[in-house]
Ligand binder design. Structure first.
Ligand code: SAM
Length: 237
């Protein structure tokens, strides 16, 4: 494996259980949202792509998207609890979610032992989800906090809202891929060292970590996305 990054084609939870305690400097991740469908039929569909995009054949499928809200909170508490153990004291945690799962994800973060400190808004610009006579679904959220005391009381004041189109910095490589410039903005709040992303998808967190001079360790269960992420990370390192 190259020195600047490691990516594992595994389920994140057993992998986290195998890791040593207090080893990682930040958790920046975009787990499955288990959201999207307004009705049970859509939410429990086998196709994550069909829920989130108009062209379901465009990206490889991924799983872990059809828990109901109660189960999503329990599962999130589980993986966040294991992630909490492997992080160093003071490590920042940043977890993406959407408007539907925002309440349960803030609870899961705290149930796992993190101190919840706020929400960063990702403004996806006017390119997304217009709704006639109603508000555009234009934002997603990053719940942020830390393992105990925040790692630093120094450094620049960072914005609480970041505005990037979904294709800022290059084409999307995953159904729910995040723009690398957004990930670079978030990582500015992390200490130097190793950033952990247990749900790496196409590797956007990793690209931003490497570009900022940090190390990256991630997991991605779906082989198709694991391969896409490895290629992107290899071309960046
Ligand atoms: C929201 S996507 C991440 C997208 C990523 N931020 C990007 O920009 O490409 C979540 C990813 O987590 C993966 N995943 C779901 N459950 C997992 C698990 N238990 N362990 C590891 N990966 C998992 C899915 O395959 C999916 O690619």
């Amino acid at each position: 494996m190259p020195m600047k990054w490691q990516l594992h084609n595994v389920d994140a939870i057993p992998w986290l259980i195998d890791q040593s305690s207090d080893d990682y400097d930040a958790l920046v991740t975009d787990p499955p949202y288990s959201s999207g469908g307004l009705h049970a039929g859509a939410r429990t569909s086998d196709s994550a792509n069909a829920k989130y995009i108009n062209d379901p054949g465009k990206y490889p499928e991924f799983t872990g998207e059809n828990r109901d809200q109660f189960s999503h909170m329990q599962w999130s508490t589980l993986w966040l609890t294991h992630a909490h153990r492997v992080l160093r004291a003071g490590a920042p945690v940043m977890v993406f979610t959407d408007w539907r799962q925002l309440p349960v994800m803030t609870s899961a973060l705290q149930a796992a032992g993190f101190t919840w400190r706020g929400i960063v808004v990702w403004d996806k610009t006017e390119g997304v989800r217009p709704q006639k006579g109603r508000f555009r679904q234009q934002s997603e959220f990053v719940i942020w906090g830390s393992k105990g005391k925040w790692h630093s009381s120094d450094g620049p004041v960072l914005p609480g809202v970041f505005r990037h189109s979904v294709t800022a910095g290059g084409p999307k490589m995953h159904t729910t891929g995040k723009p690398v410039p957004l990930m670079s903005d978030l990582i500015k709040a992390c200490p130097s060292g190793t950033i952990l992303d247990p749900f790496a998808g196409s590797g956007s967190t990793g690209l931003a970590a490497i570009r900022s001079g940090r190390f990256f360790v991630g997991c991605e269960r779906e082989e198709a996305y694991f391969n896409i992420a490895c290629e992107r990370l290899s071309n960046t390192a």
